[in-house]
Design a protein around this ligand. Structure first.
Ligand code: MN
Length: 247
């Protein structure tokens, strides 16, 4: 199983969660929300061979932490994965949108200048603005849009721009999410939880709860659970073995 967007460092006992995820044979991308968390999070999970850490600056923190973008750019040479980054245009965060935009521009430009990265990208309430930024920085790397919630038109544009998608139980339990997922190219879809922020029946999702997303995918794709698992494993391999460039 694959959790390509999980805030693994933010569970009350991250090592216990990591240990269980490894015993389930999982691959996990542990995204961070601030570059200050990078070094500690990497150290924390260094003994787990199937956990990768993303270097991030969450758009919801940019109002207070925009100054940390320099730190992110300095650390970039150490990171293969960048995330969580992006834009949040929902009412609570819209006032910082122009700062968010300039932070994202700087990160994408830095990634482009250093050969590109695999990017885990937040786009809630700001899909068009995120796609504008990605279009302006075609060499920034391979964007994986996490929990995409834009319109179907915005989705079409994301597909044309070469974006990938990580989808989780919280997205797949509603009709809109299912419709969006059914329109995504299957060879560019991976699973995620966004735990512990995303919840299921008021409990934080755990990395292994991607099994819920796998079952939804089997329904949406009208195929078997084993076919879903095979496709997702193939997709992860394609994502991580190719250079981080859009195709
Ligand atoms: Mn997240």
């Amino acid at each position: 199983m694959i959790d390509l967007h999980c805030h693994l460092d933010l569970y009350p006992d991250p090592e216990a969660v990591a240990t269980r995820a490894m015993s389930e044979g999982m691959y996990v991308l542990a995204v961070t929300t601030t570059p200050r968390a990078w070094a500690g999070t990497r150290t924390l999970f260094s003994r787990f061979s199937r956990i990768r850490v993303g270097l991030g600056l969450h758009p919801q923190l940019v109002r207070e932490r925009h100054g940390e973008v320099s730190m992110l750019c300095e650390l970039l040479t150490e990171a293969r994965y960048v995330g969580e980054i992006g834009l949040d245009g929902s009412p609570e965060y819209a006032d910082s949108l122009s700062t968010q935009r300039s932070v994202l521009e700087r990160i994408l430009a830095a990634c482009a200048a250093d050969g590109g990265r695999i990017l885990s990208v937040h786009s809630r309430g700001a899909a068009t603005a995120v796609l504008d930024a990605l279009e302006a920085h075609p060499k920034a790397g391979l964007p994986v849009l996490h929990w995409f919630s834009g319109t179907s038109k915005e989705l079409d544009r994301a597909v044309r721009l070469g974006c990938w998608f990580s989808v989780g139980p919280a997205m797949l339990r509603n009709d809109k999410g299912q419709r969006l997922v059914s329109a995504m190219p299957r060879e560019r879809v991976l699973t995620e939880t966004d735990g512990p922020f995303a919840t299921e029946q008021k409990l934080p999702l755990m990395p292994w709860d991607v099994s819920i997303a796998e079952r939804w995918l089997a329904q949406v794709w009208n195929t078997s659970d084993s076919d879903v698992k095979e496709r997702l494993a193939g997709n992860l391999k394609a994502l991580t073995t190719a250079p981080p460039l859009r195709r």
